[in-house]
Ligand binder design. Structure first.
Ligand code: ATP
Ligand code: MG
Length: 386
C-alpha cells in the first residue's frame, strides 16, 4: 500500500449481518466507492471486513466528502499504517494519541483487535502496553476505560493500522443491491427525502416529475432537476424523467367536480408512473406521502391513488411528522431548494374544499369517465426529458 498521502479506513455496516449476500454487497459497495472517487487518483484496497482508501493530500477533502455520502458504510476514519513490529506499533499509537490530545481530549482508552495471531502480543497485551506508553509519553492524558474522550484504535491485520476519531457513516445498504425504484418527485420537501431513504436501503432511484407548463413555470422544473441531482449525490445519480401533465390536468378540470381534482390527479400520476417504471425495470413506486399531512394524504385518498398503481407503492415517510422530515431535508441538503417559492401543479390545481375521505368506487367511476388512457398512453410523447 502506498505510504504517501492520506490513508482512510472504512467499515462496512449492516453488511456484516447479511450472510450469503455479503460478497455481492461488498462488491457493489466497492464499485460505488470507485465510481464516486473517479478522477481523484485514490486507490481502494479490500481486506477482511475493511476497505482502505489511499489518496493524495490534495484530494483529502474530496475523498472525505465521498465517504460522508456513501451508503453502506457504518464509519470511517483517517488512519495511519504501521509495520507489524511491537516498537513501530507503539510509536504509531503514541503519535495518534498525541493528535487526539492536541485536539482537546483529556482522557483516552486503547482498543485493539488482532486478526494476525502470529503477532507476539494479544489484543489485551497490546491495549495495556499502548496505554502505558501513551500515558508515559503524554503527561496529562489520562486513561479512562469507561468514558474516555478519545479512543486510540489499533488493528493488527495483514499490516497494522492505528486510528483515533471515527466518523459515523450513512449506514444503510449500498445503492444497487435492492433493485430499482421509481420516485414520484415533486418540488416539495418530502419526496426528495423519501428518495434518499430508499437509496439508503440499497435502491437505485429513477424519478419522474409531472410538469404542467405553463400553469407551473419552468423554474419549478429546474427546481426538481436540482433536487434529483442532490438526491443523486447519495444515490449514485438519479435519472429524472419530466412528463408533461398539462393535458391531463386540463381534462380533469373540464370533466370532474373541482373538489375531486387532487384525488384524480394522484390516480393519474400513479397510472402514468407505473408505465414509466415498468419501462425502466423499476420494481416499485416511491412517494413522499405522510399519513394525514395534507388533505390528499388520508388513508382513503391514498387508497384511491394506489388503486391505479401497477407496482407496489412504498411510502418511507408515512409515519414521520413534518418536523423530522424537515430535519432530514436539511441534513441531506434538499431543504433550501425545496422551499424555493415556485409552485408545483398540485398547489395551483388544488381546490378550496377537496374531498378528504374519497370513496373508492366513486373515485374509480370518475376516473374512468375522464377517458385518460388515450392521453396517458401517449405520455411517452409528453416526456420532455429523461
Ligand atoms: P412533497 O413535499 O413531496 O411535494 P407534499 O406534502 O407536497 O409532498 P403532495 O403534494 O400531496 O404532498 O404530494 C404527495 C406525493 O405525490 C409527493 O410526495 C410526491 O411523491 C407525489 N407528487 C406530487 N406532485 C407531484 C408531481 N408534480 N410530480 C411527481 N410527483 C408528485
Ligand atoms: Mg408537494
Amino acid at each position: 500500500m502506498n505510504e504517501q498521502g492520506a490513508l482512510y479506513l472504512l467499515k462496512f455496516g449492516e453488511l456484516t449481518l447479511k450472510g450469503g449476500n455479503r460478497e455481492t454487497f461488498v462488491r457493489v459497495l466497492m464499485g460505488n466507492l470507485a465510481a464516486m472517487l473517479r478522477g481523484t487518483g485514490a486507490s481502494i484496497t479490500r481486506t477482511e471486513g475493511r476497505l482502505y482508501v489511499n489518496c493524495s493530500v490534495e484530494k483529502q477533502a474530496v475523498c472525505e466528502d465521498v465517504f460522508s455520502r456513501l451508503a453502506g458504510i457504518s464509519g470511517w476514519a483517517r488512519a495511519r499504517g504501521s509495520e507489524k513490529t511491537v516498537e513501530a506499533l507503539m510509536g504509531a499509537a503514541v503519535d495518534e494519541a498525541r493528535v487526539c490530545y492536541d485536539g482537546g481530549a483529556h482522557s483516552f482508552k486503547v482498543e485493539a483487535r488482532r486478526t494476525d495471531k502470529s503477532f507476539p502480543l494479544n489484543s489485551y497485551q497490546i491495549c495495556c502496553m499502548a496505554g502505558d506508553r501513551i500515558a508515559g509519553a503524554i503527561p496529562g492524558f489520562k486513561v479512562d476505560v469507561h468514558s474516555p474522550e478519545a479512543t486510540v484504535n489499533i488493528e493488527v491485520r495483514e499490516r497494522a493500522y492505528i486510528y483515533g476519531a471515527e466518523r459515523r457513516g450513512l449506514r444503510g445498504l449500498p445503492v444497487g443491491v435492492s433493485g430499482r425504484g421509481m420516485l414520484l418527485l415533486s418540488g416539495g420537501i418530502d419526496s426528495p427525502v423519501a428518495g434518499y431513504l430508499m437509496a439508503l436501503r440499497g435502491m437505485r432511484i429513477f424519478a419522474v416529475y409531472f410538469h404542467a407548463y405553463p400553469y407551473t413555470p419552468d423554474e419549478a422544473r429546474q427546481k426538481v432537476v436540482r433536487l434529483a441531482e442532490i438526491v443523486g449525490l447519495y444515490g449514485m445519480g438519479v435519472k429524472l424523467s419530466v412528463v408533461s401533465f398539462t393535458k391531463v390536468e386540463q381534462r380533469i378540470k373540464e370533466r370532474a367536480p373541482p373538489e375531486w381534482s387532487t384525488v384524480l390527479l394522484r390516480m393519474a400520476m400513479m397510472d402514468c408512473a407505473s408505465t414509466l417504471a415498468v419501462g425502466k425495470r423499476c420494481k416499485c413506486l416511491i412517494t413522499g406521502e405522510s399519513l394525514g399531512q395534507v388533505a390528499s394524504q388520508t388513508i382513503e385518498n391514498m387508497t384511491c391513488a394506489e388503486s391505479r398503481a401497477r407496482l407496489p407503492v412504498l411510502r418511507p415517510l408515512i409515519g414521520l411528522d413534518k418536523e423530522s422530515i424537515i430535519r432530514q431535508a436539511v441534513k441531506i441538503g434538499t431543504y433550501e431548494t425545496s422551499i424555493l417559492p415556485y409552485q408545483d401543479c398540485c398547489t395551483i390545481f388544488s381546490p378550496p374544499h377537496p374531498v378528504i375521505h374519497a370513496p373508492l368506487h366513486e373515485a374509480a367511476a370518475l376516473y374512468d369517465s375522464l377517458d385518460l388512457p388515450s392521453l396517458l398512453r401517449t405520455a411517452g410523447g409528453f416526456q420532455m426529458q429523461g
